[in-house]
Design a binder for this molecule. Structure first.
Ligand SMILES: Nc1ncnc2c1ncn2[C@@H]1O[C@H](COP(=O)(O)OP(=O)(O)O)[C@@H](O)[C@H]1O
Ligand SMILES: [Mg+2]
Length: 312
């Protein structure tokens, strides 16, 4: 039996509105198993943060059952809090006017970590994140990327076995986001940590997670492998092409559905069983200098799911 770390059944959360209640989460159920790195995605307002708050005990569910590492999160037991970590991309837990190292030391006291263990984990995290100098500078003077690295250290000093990440790469440049992803991948492996990640960045998700849970308006719409998301939902492939001489959109449209076209380069979306015949038409009718057949991007698939394109 796989070891269940998070178990959510029929979770519902209502907020009191001015006129009527807002149902932020509507009867969702899922389990997370040890060492899994799962993506949790949905549009703004879908209920992701609310779910994470129910899982960490910051909010109490309206109904349903939530069990995290065998605890009821809403009790906020010290032993429970010592085993979990939460990073929110749009919030800081660092003391703004002080160097980050001061927050780390405060957290050391809160989680009562002994000196030896503290120095060991700090050294390891500093090496992985490459921030030895940064931690001595007041937080308000740091770049967003540097600050996020410090946020991570502050949340990981007690080496939680379960980590909640709410849009950790929000606003980061591509190199900082990449560094963060490399770090998270390594943390997941090295500490056998279970991680639930919320992100709008599809690169984060396809790089780090095998499994994705998708919610829409508080309801669960998909829970499964990312690789199967393609086979379950997508009946088409993309043919990317570059021409030697420009042609009109109308001429190309005759052989398939154009999803993008600039005169010289374009993308045709075609049913899987017509990839070969469409490619050969393209090659015989036009002067093609480059041709590539691809699965539609994760971004595109997820976008279509949210547009309701796949609802029966
Ligand atoms: N404290 C709150 N009081 C009232 N409504 C809230 C509160 N927190 C969230 N909501 C509402 O619940 C829904 C889900 O929000 P949230 O969980 O933050 O979504 P997401 O993180 O997916 O963007 C939204 O409609 C939001 O306005
Ligand atoms: Mg949110």
């Amino acid at each position: 039996m796989k070891q269940s770390v998070i178990s959510v059944s029929n979770l519902t959360k209502d907020f009191k509105g001015i006129k009527k209640n807002i149902r932020a989460i509507d009867d969702i159920s899922f389990d997370l198993y040890k060492e899994e790195f799962v993506a949790f995605i949905g549009l703004n307002g879908a209920g992701k943060t609310t779910t994470l708050k129910c899982l960490t005990g910051l909010l109490t569910p309206t109904s349903g059952k939530v069990s995290v590492l065998g605890y009821d999160p809403s009790k906020r037991k010290h032993n429970f809090l010592k085993k979990i970590g939460m990073v929110m991309g749009n919030k800081t837990q660092l003391w703004w006017e002080l160097p980050a190292i001061e927050t780390f030391q405060l957290n050391k006291e809160i989680y009562d970590i002994e000196n030896g263990k503290y120095n060991e984990i700090l050294n390891e995290l500093f090496d992985l994140l490459d921030i030895r100098e940064v931690i001595q500078i007041p937080v308000r003077k740091l770049s967003l990327g540097e600050r996020m690295k410090c946020e991570l250290v502050a949340s990981l000093i007690h080496t939680p076995e379960l980590l909640f990440l709410d849009e950790p790469t929000l606003g980061l440049d591509i190199l900082s986001a990449q560094a963060l992803r490399d770090f998270l991948r390594e943390y997941n492996k090295r500490y056998k940590a279970t991680i639930l990640l919320t992100s709008h960045n599809m690169q984060d998700i396809s790089d780090l997670c095998k499994r994705v849970i998708i919610i829409d308006k508080g309801r669960l719409v998909y829970d499964g492998k990312i690789s199967e998301l393609t086979t379950d939902f997508v009946k088409t492939k993309d043919i990317l092409f570059t021409l030697q001489e420009s042609v009109t959109q109308k001429e190309i449209s005759e052989i398939g559905e154009l999803v993008r076209f600039t005169g010289l380069t374009g993308i045709l979306s075609v049913p899987r069983n017509r990839v070969a015949s469409t490619s050969s038409k393209l090659l015989s009718r036009f002067k093609v200098s480059d041709l590539n057949i691809q699965e539609p991007s994760l971004e595109y698939i997820v976008g279509d799911i949210f547009k309701g394109k796949y609802r029966e």
